[in-house]
Design a protein around this ligand. Structure first.
Ligand SMILES: NC(=O)c1ccc[n+]([C@@H]2O[C@H](COP(=O)([O-])OP(=O)(O)OC[C@H]3O[C@@H](n4cnc5c(N)ncnc54)[C@H](O)[C@@H]3O)[C@@H](O)[C@H]2O)c1
Length: 440
């Protein structure tokens, strides 16, 4: 059963198409892969189901996969991150798109159901909502979401769907965590490539892409000056460290809150103040969470915050800032700007939440700069090709992107930027591989 697209406004297609064309100026690696896929058709006849933020870069990835011979169905990986003009452009090209900005939770899962109804053989996720829905259906794990998914998939046989599945790809840290949890329980149903963990992804997309775009989101939402601000960043992992360093570059005074002692020490030695959230809550003017964890900022912290504190999240789910606590403690809530909600607490203090606590870079800005997504999505395209060409041969588990693909993406990116890598001489390569040489 192939569904018709479900988008906000088809008349936006031309605007979307122009923005996608513009983005191609910044995605040279994807364009190179597109040319090869067009010639070689490595995905011929395959159905791919994608659950990704529907942005211009994603549209280019979809084009690459389609040029490779695949049929693609796509839904959003966040109810608020879809760019409606891009969704319209994709739908006008004939891709099945089930995505619009501002979905209810019900609509979000209905769209996931529609992708499943198109019977994908490869899944591509950002946050694992598509693949975990398949697993919940397969294992009959009752959940609110399935109530929305079931009516949409009708008589789809999930066992058959899983039986025909070649593999999956996962884009982000949070998704990989969820997949590893499934694998640990011995319940993962098919091989999944952890695209997030490739070096040419996590060393660039997470710190550099989110580092820039999260600040872009904060600035677009508030118009605030960062120089001189007291900013608290929760999490000093790949994402948080990039945000903290870029904030410092803009002149902010940055405090890091980190639960891992080694990373906390790294933050300290990188020159940041390191405190508990309890202490930092009392002085911060702007808070940005990037931990992948829940309730990082919660009631006990809201109690301590100064009037006017601004709260933003760059982690995958809208659970890092505890919205339930915020609601309970507030006597009034009002949207005062498109991306800013004001919560008035009982004692009159005002706290401002950006983008409903969802990914601030995608909800309040346009997500990562295309140059960075070029690498992440090139890895996605190459990983899909890897799955297709190794159909039936890969073990069920969370798999690494093969090293040669990881390095290929970095090489192609370097080439596109006019840089060169040093080639080792035979002697040097041998020297690094051998154990015999010692002190002379
Ligand atoms: N906004 C985006 O576009 C974007 C891009 C990439 C990743 N992400 C998401 O950002 C989140 C972080 O990703 P990452 O790659 O940096 O992960 P990571 O594992 O490298 O870093 C997370 C850090 O948070 C710390 N942490 C956990 N709980 C904490 C707590 N309660 N208080 C303080 N620190 C805590 C961990 O110790 C760790 O160092 C994930 O949800 C990921 O999916 C978002």
């Amino acid at each position: 059963m192939m569904g018709a697209s479900w988008i906000r406004d088809p008349s936006l297609a031309e605007v979307g198409e122009r923005r996608i064309e513009w983005t191609k100026n910044f995605t040279p690696v994807l364009m190179k892969i597109l040319e090869r896929f067009r010639r070689e058709k490595p995905l011929r006849g395959l159905r791919i189901g994608a659950c990704l933020h529907v942005t211009t870069e994603t549209a280019i990835l979809v084009e690459v996969l389609e040029e490779g011979g695949a049929e693609v169905s796509i839904c959003a990986s966040n109810p608020m991150s879809t760019q409606d003009d891009v969704a319209a452009a994709l739908a006008a090209r004939g891709t099945r798109v089930y995505a619009f900005r501002g979905q209810t939770v019900r609509e979000y899962y209905e769209c996931i159901g529609r992708v499943l109804a198109d019977e994908p053989q490869i899944t591509i996720d950002d946050g694992a909502d598509l693949i975990s829905t398949i697993h919940k259906l397969y294992y009959s794990v009752e959940s609110e979401e399935l109530k929305y998914v079931r009516p949409v998939i009708g008589d789809l046989d999930v066992r058959e769907l899983v039986g025909g599945m070649i593999g999956g790809c996962e884009e982000t840290t949070t998704g990989v965590l969820r997949l590893r949890a499934l694998a640990r329980e011995g319940r993962l149903l098919y091989p999944v490539v952890a695209v997030n963990d490739a070096e040419s992804k996590k060393l660039f997309d997470n710190p550099i892409g989110t580092g820039q775009s999260a600040l872009d989101g904060v600035i677009r939402a508030t118009g605030m000056l960062l120089a001189g601000r007291d900013v608290v960043v929760a999490g000093y992992g790949n994402v948080g460290s990039g945000i903290a360093q870029r904030l410092r570059g803009m002149g902010a005074r940055v405090t890091v809150v980190e639960a891992n002692p080694i990373r906390a020490l790294k933050a300290l030695m990188d020159g940041f103040a390191v405190e508990s959230m309890k202490r930092a809550a009392a002085h911060g003017e702007l808070f940005i969470t990037a931990t992948g964890n829940i309730s990082v900022i919660r009631g006990e912290h809201f109690k301590l915050m100064r009037d006017g504190a601004i709260l933003a999240n760059a982690g995958h789910f809208d659970v890092e800032i505890d919205k339930r606590d915020l609601e309970t403690m507030s006597i009034r809530k009002e949207r005062i700007l498109p991306c800013v909600e004001m919560y008035v607490l009982e004692d009159g203090r005002r706290l401002y939440l950006l983008g409903e606590g969802r990914l601030v870079n995608l909800v309040c800005a346009e997500g990562h700069p295309s140059d960075v997504m070029d690498m992440s999505f090139s890895l996605q395209a190459l990983s899909a090709e890897y799955l297709a060409s190794n159909r039936g041969k890969l073990p069920i588990g969370v798999l690494d992107v093969p090293r040669e693909l990881d390095e290929l993406v970095a090489r192609l990116k370097l080439e596109s930027m006019g840089a060169e890598v040093e080639e080792l001489t035979e002697e040097q390569a041998r020297y690094l591989r051998s154990w015999e040489p010692g002190s002379k």
